[in-house]
Design a protein around this ligand. Structure first.
Ligand code: HEC
Length: 178
């Protein structure tokens, strides 16, 4: 056998062995899909990198409208307190029971939203994130509704005191069914 043929045989065998290992991994049940089993650091890195690259390659063309209109912020608040607070929390509010059993845990947006670009937040709220508990609100909410939520996140939530959040809840009750 000449060296070229040998090389091709070795490559083909390696591919077959890798496929067998991959199938054994799937069929053995060795991987724990429980929400209570945290990702190891390699899997976490792979998922986070994939997510980051996926989102950033899809948001460049999203045009951000002006977000400082106070009516937008109030409308965003009503949706946030009805649909997002239970997972993402709010100043002075206990984190809901939903968040205790999730991997990955929803970030506390009242602390974390400062670091988000508005177009990134818009994309995530509209599309959700596959394999996590983050739902897509695009099927049920217009782009305008979603920009209002982003306006609330970026221009109000991050600077809100617990007292102010409580006061807004009384002043602007949500019209969503609980
Ligand atoms: C059932 C729980 C749940 C609900 C309800 C929910 N989220 Fe999430 N959200 C998550 C989880 C879990 C993540 C983290 C996903 C990840 O780490 O990949 C997340 C991630 C996000 C992120 C991305 C944060 C980042 O750093 O990349 C944004 C923005 C966000 N959610 C906004 C919202 C908004 C706004 C609402 C309401 C309209 C909402 N979410 C409702 C669970 C939820």
């Amino acid at each position: 056998m000449n060296t070229m043929k040998k090389k091709i045989l070795i490559i083909a065998l390696t591919v077959v062995i890798m496929n067998v290992i991959f199938l054994l991994f799937i069929f053995s049940g060795i991987y724990n899909v429980s929400q209570l089993s945290p990702h190891n650091s390699l899997v976490r890195w792979m998922i986070n990198k994939t997510k980051d690259r996926s989102i950033h390659s899809r948001i460049e063309d999203i045009k951000v409208p002006p977000l400082n209109d106070s009516a937008m912020v109030v409308s965003g608040f009503k949706n946030y307190s009805a649909m997002c607070m239970k997972c993402h929390g709010a100043p002075g509010e206990e984190m809901g029971e939903l968040t205790q059993g999730l991997t990955p845990k929803p970030p506390r947006l009242f602390e974390h939203a400062k670091e988000l670009e508005p177009n990134e937040a818009f994309w995530v709220v509209k599309n959700g994130i596959k394999f996590t508990a983050m739902p897509a609100f695009g099927p049920t909410h217009s782009d305008e509704d979603i920009w209002n939520i982003v306006a609330f996140l970026k221009n109000k939530l991050v600077n809100m005191s617990p007292d102010e959040y409580k006061q807004w809840k009384q002043q602007y009750p949500s019209n969503h069914p609980e």
